[in-house]
Design a protein around this ligand. Structure first.
Ligand code: ADP
Length: 482
């Protein structure tokens, strides 16, 4: 991999603590497309995590005291370096994660967009003045950085999940200790190398790789840490939530979803098929906002299934760095097995495989993108997130019925529907129990809008000016004796 990078110094086999690159490269990181070793990263644990937190704690006062404009300038530099190195960052990303290079470039771009957005937003952390209730007093509320922040990120977006947390933190004046996913540490370390080059002061942004539970425990329990931002599974999110209770820490959680994707009779079916393609098969179905359950109304059911299956069957599968590939390998065998389990369960209960349905002849973790028709409402895939390239298409008759089906889940992250009737659009958008609704769009993530879930899908929002709120505390000041 190093030989293919224009800037080989982006591939770092060390952790970044207090401005120093440290640790022995021990843990092997492989390419999911061919199982070839890409490099090694340190296997750190509680002691090093504590060291990193303490470095962040020492760095905090000076970083917090800088003017917003000064912090903004450093972040702007970081943004420019990410953009200048976007091709290398995308190649590192595809090599360790598997997504097609075009998608990796897209992720690096939105990753950079978070840095840019929060570099701008740094200067708009406004407080308020409050009409007083006492003649001799004046009341104000100011916003201050919350303090040292922990961040724990997943493998499915190895770049943008980092910048989406670290950028608002740095903009607000916080310092950060980040633990990236063990599958994809190199994207994170490359971002740190660029942050260092941009002039982010020592200890302001630290990255540590290794034992996730041990590092996670320190981030949740060390008294200096005031906020932990996590994106990952609901299971791990609940562990962190419990751990954070000990020190009453604020938590941001972006957890699992089970997104419904609804197509009504009045929809533009071709547009709905396009939307389903991006929503379902982006990143091989491995995003928390991927359509997991497709509900299609009677009148357009057959046409939708036929058109979707034709597009899915035409996708090109292979190593994400190859020209024209639209589906790479899944992250690991467990992901393949879960997809197989969902298919087998649906088929056992009467669903039909319209296209795909099995492991790809390329071997490894390559899987054929799949469409299932006539799936029953109680199928396993209606209740569990597949996180793989499987589109189960359910049939429904009425608006009331489908809203009930869609909301019958403990999760509530993204949801999507296609319809043209204005009344229906409002009714359904308001009725869906989800943090995000895409109406006639299968792709909704942008740095300018609040991303997050309801119910067991999480707490808090990332992106937009709302994303900054996680990283500040409100301090109320009464000035009396006037
Ligand atoms: P996924 O199933 O997508 O891998 P995880 O929730 O297991 O999702 O992983 C998301 C992130 O959480 C990764 O960085 C992983 O290393 C980390 N992680 C896993 N287990 C724990 C834990 N017990 N405490 C803290 N972090 C953890």
């Amino acid at each position: 991999l190093r030989d293919r990078l224009k800037n080989p110094s982006l591939l770092r086999e060390a952790c970044f603590i207090d401005g120093q690159w440290s640790g022995n490269p021990e843990t092997v990181v492989t390419n999911p497309a061919n199982d070839v070793e890409l490099g090694r990263v340190p296997n750190m644990a509680a002691a090093e995590a504590t060291e990193a937190v303490e470095a962040a704690q020492r760095a905090f006062p000076a970083w917090a005291k800088m003017t917003a404009k000064q912090r903004s300038n450093v972040m702007r530099k970081w943004f420019e370096l990410i953009v200048a190195n976007r091709e290398d960052l995308a190649l590192i990303l595809t090599s360790e994660q598997g997504k097609p290079l075009s998608e990796a470039l897209g992720e690096v771009d939105i990753g950079a967009a978070y840095v840019e957005f929060y570099a701008e937003e740094a200067r708009r952390v406004y407080g308020e003045t409050i009409p007083t209730q006492r003649a001799d007093a004046r009341l104000i509320a100011i916003k201050q950085p919350i303090g040292v922040c922990g961040a724990i990120t997943p493998w499915n977006f190895p770049n943008s999940m980092i910048t989406r947390k670290v950028s608002p933190a740095l903009a607000a004046g916080c310092t950060v200790v980040l633990k990236p996913a063990n599958e994809t540490p190199f994207s994170a370390l490359a971002l740190a190398a660029l942050a260092e080059q941009a002039g982010v002061p020592n200890g302001v942004f630290n990255i540590i790789t290794g034992d996730a539970p041990a590092i996670g425990k320190v981030l949740c329990e060390h008294p200096a840490v005031r906020f932990v931002g996590f994106t990952g599974s609901t299971e791990v999110g609940k562990i962190l939530y419990r751990q954070a209770a000990v020190g009453v820490k604020k938590l941001g959680l972006e957890l699992g979803g089970n997104a419904p994707f609804i197509v009504f009779d009045d929809a533009d079916v071709d547009a709905a098929v396009e939307g389903a393609m991006v929503s379902k098969y982006r990143n091989m179905g491995q995003t928390c906002v991927c359509a997991n359950r497709l509900y299609v109304q009677d009148g357009v059911y057959d046409a939708f299934v036929e058109k979707l299956a034709a597009k899915v069957a035409a996708m090109k599968i292979g190593d994400g760095t190859e020209q024209g590939v639209t589906q790479g390998p899944l992250i690991n065998l467990a992901a393949v097995e879960k997809t197989e389990r969902h298919i087998a369960d649906a088929v056992k209960n009467g669903a039909t495989i319209v296209t795909g349905g099995k492991r790809h002849t390329l071997g490894g973790t390559f899987f054929e993108p799949t469409v299932l028709a006539n799936v029953k409402p109680d199928a396993l895939v209606a209740h569990e997130e597949t996180f793989g390239p499987l589109a189960p298409v359910f049939r429904f008759s009425t608006e009331e019925e489908v809203i009930k089906l869609a909301n019958n889940s403990p999760f509530g992250l993204a949801s999507y529907f296609y319809a043209r009737d204005l009344g229906r659009v409002w009714r359904v958008a308001e009725a869906l129990e989800a943090g995000m609704v895409g109406v006639n769009s299968g792709l909704i993530t942008t740095e300018v809008a609040p991303f997050g879930g309801v119910k067991e899908s999480g707490l808090g929002r990332e992106g937009s000016h709302h994303g900054m709120e996680e990283y500040v505390e409100i301090k109320y000041v009464m000035m009396a004796g006037i």
